[in-house]
Write a protein that binds this ligand. Sequence first.
Ligand SMILES: O=C(O)C(=O)C[C@]1(C(=O)O)C=C[C@@H](O)C=C1
Length: 404
Amino acid sequence: MTCISHFIHIPGTFPSKRVPSPTNISITFTQRPLQLFHLLLLLLLLLLFSFSPSEQSFPWGSAAAVSQLGRTDPGHSRIGSNPDRAFFSNGERPGRLLGLSPLRTTIRSVQGESSSKSATELPQTGDQMNGIHSRRLQKDLSSFPRPLSVSDLSSVPENGSKMRISFKGISGSYSEDAALKAYPNCETVPCIEFEDTFKAVELWLADKAVLPIESSSVGSIHRNYDLLLRHRLHIVSEVQLPVNFCLLALPGVRLEQLKHVLSHPQALASSDIALGKLNVTRENVDDTAGAAQLVASKKLRDTGVIASARAAELYGLTVVAEKIQDDLDSITRFIVLARDPIIPRTDKPFKTSIVFTLDEGPGVLFKALAVFALRNINLTKIESRPQRKRPLRVVDDSNTGSAK
Ligand SMILES: O=C(O)C(=O)C[C@]1(C(=O)O)C=C[C@@H](O)C=C1
């Protein structure tokens, strides 16, 4: 008995040698006493039956056969005593599925020729079942987004090559620092504009993009919020970079000799107090490392740069002053974007970003936020952006998306 219920519950691992189990043979014996010749013939047939290759590959069909054998002797089979018990995933009873009564099948399986016929019929039915079942399963699974695994978060893509991360600026910029912090062994892909970092990923020139979204001292980087609305990439990670703004100059140049300071507007704004103490003009450039390269290549002795110590090393400048930012604990938050979304797991907390628009009306934002408050969901940041007559892309379940 234990044997019967055991192998019925393990589809796909049905050991064919169990089919002619002693229990099943003894069942048949009680029904029809046999001569020695018949017994030998029977054993031969059973041996043939048990080594049939098709038997091994269609466990469901075999399970049905055993359940029907058991039905001849209610005392030997719990399964046989419950004809309504379903063994197929569609709830169909085996006897009905095969178009045979359980008793007839049992007799055939021990009486000669027809037993081998029944043995081949059963696997075919199992085959059809497996086929229908797996086709249905494949269709269902293909409509789901591919779940990312731990390997997607590591610095090496599946094919063994280095992860390519696009960032805005040139080597030595803070954005590149953020990319290297997130993926220490990555290959960084410099881009001229923020939008180019998105396009690099969309066109498969890079695997991911890293871009600043917020500075703890200066606030949101709105340009990147707007780009997020217009592109189809997904936020998959976040990097928080403590930014150490340094004042750089050509080797041998002293602080008092500087008349101009070049840098990215964010860096200049974050270093307002220190720059106010110097008698210098402030000039915006596209990125901090680009400013360092410009001063180095043009040998501008009266011009300083706000950039990182790594940029000083890369472009042959010296650090004249360190940590010149107003807020010494300033942190810039970067987001990592990818073509595929991350499926949140339950073993650790995940941050989620949601974008929505509301129709005009009193209290609409209040009502939308109540959805979170009533469920005790903590919000880390709220940002509002004007739509500027640009349609917002709405993503549906299949992640195709349309403009609204
Ligand atoms: O110019 C750089 O180095 C950048 O990486 C850009 C950027 C920014 O856009 O905010 C990034 C971080 C710093 O706060 C300053 C500049």
